[in-house]
Design a protein around this ligand. Structure first.
Ligand SMILES: C[S@@+](CC[C@H](N)C(=O)[O-])C[C@H]1O[C@@H](n2cnc3c(N)ncnc32)[C@H](O)[C@@H]1O
Length: 215
């Protein structure tokens, strides 16, 4: 299921060698080009790439600057860090089920001296309990629900964040819309019943996002 988003192997060893030869300034054009190339290798970030800057600008405008991030089931999304409106020195914790991904992301954070850590997690078994300003739960609920139908509200209740940016795909991996935004929105509203959040809604070409803020 997790592998559906990685049609071809990411190639972490080669990616790590290329990373080592890059300048250490995250905003250097060679680094921007490298991050874009890598973001294309995971279907989830590939779909977001055409509107990546707009995605974070719009969804996080009301809470910028962000003081700490927990990126759950992160995929390669930490490579989009330059697009997030972060406060200087904001810690970035990321986790995913793949250990080679976590290793590569730790190399990425170290190379650019980002105060970041990547770890392995299985959100179906345990939810990280650190407190943060912003948690990201991007396009992950439908994935986890294939294994456990009760995980959505459990996750949203357990995440210790002032704000949670949750998103759903608005297209299938094959590119078809099939009424997905309407279906996911109805599903999301159900998941949210009784939870103590205010909700802002954002629609992008392939992604429907909600910023939840604790009331
Ligand atoms: C649709 S992708 C989303 C990736 C990233 N959040 C984004 O939007 O770019 C789903 C991610 O969930 C991860 N994943 C799947 N099952 C998981 C689990 N049980 N615990 C943690 N991560 C999991 C996959 O490895 C994959 O990176």
């Amino acid at each position: 299921m997790a592998g559906a988003y990685q049609e071809t192997p990411i190639g972490y060893v080669q990616a790590g060698i290329e990373l080592d030869s890059l300048p250490t300034d995250l905003h250097h054009p060679a680094v921007t080009a490298y991050c874009q190339k890598m973001l294309l290798r995971h279907a989830s970030t590939r779909e977001r790439l055409p509107f990546l800057s707009e995605f974070y600008r719009q969804t996080l405008a009301s809470i910028a600057p962000v003081h700490s991030v927990l990126d759950l089931a992160c995929g390669l999304n930490p490579l989009a860090i330059a697009h997030l409106p972060l406060a200087a020195g904001a810690p970035y914790a990321a986790c995913d089920i793949y250990s080679d991904l976590a290793g590569y992301l730790n190399q990425f954070f170290a190379h650019f001296s980002i105060p970041g850590t990547a770890s392995i997690c299985d959100l179906a078994a345990a939810i990280p309990d650190q407190s943060v300003h912003l948690a990201l739960l991007l396009k992950t609920i439908p994935c986890l629900e294939q294994l456990d139908k009760t995980i959505g509200p459990r996750l949203l209740k357990a995440i210790r964040a002032d704000h949670i940016l949750v998103s759903f795909p608005a297209r299938s991996l094959g590119g078809h819309a099939k009424g997905m935004p309407r279906t996911y929105e109805a599903h999301f509203r159900q998941l949210m019943e009784g939870l103590p959040f205010t909700v802002q809604r954002f629609e992008f070409p392939t992604e429907l996002a909600f910023l939840l803020s604790r009331t």
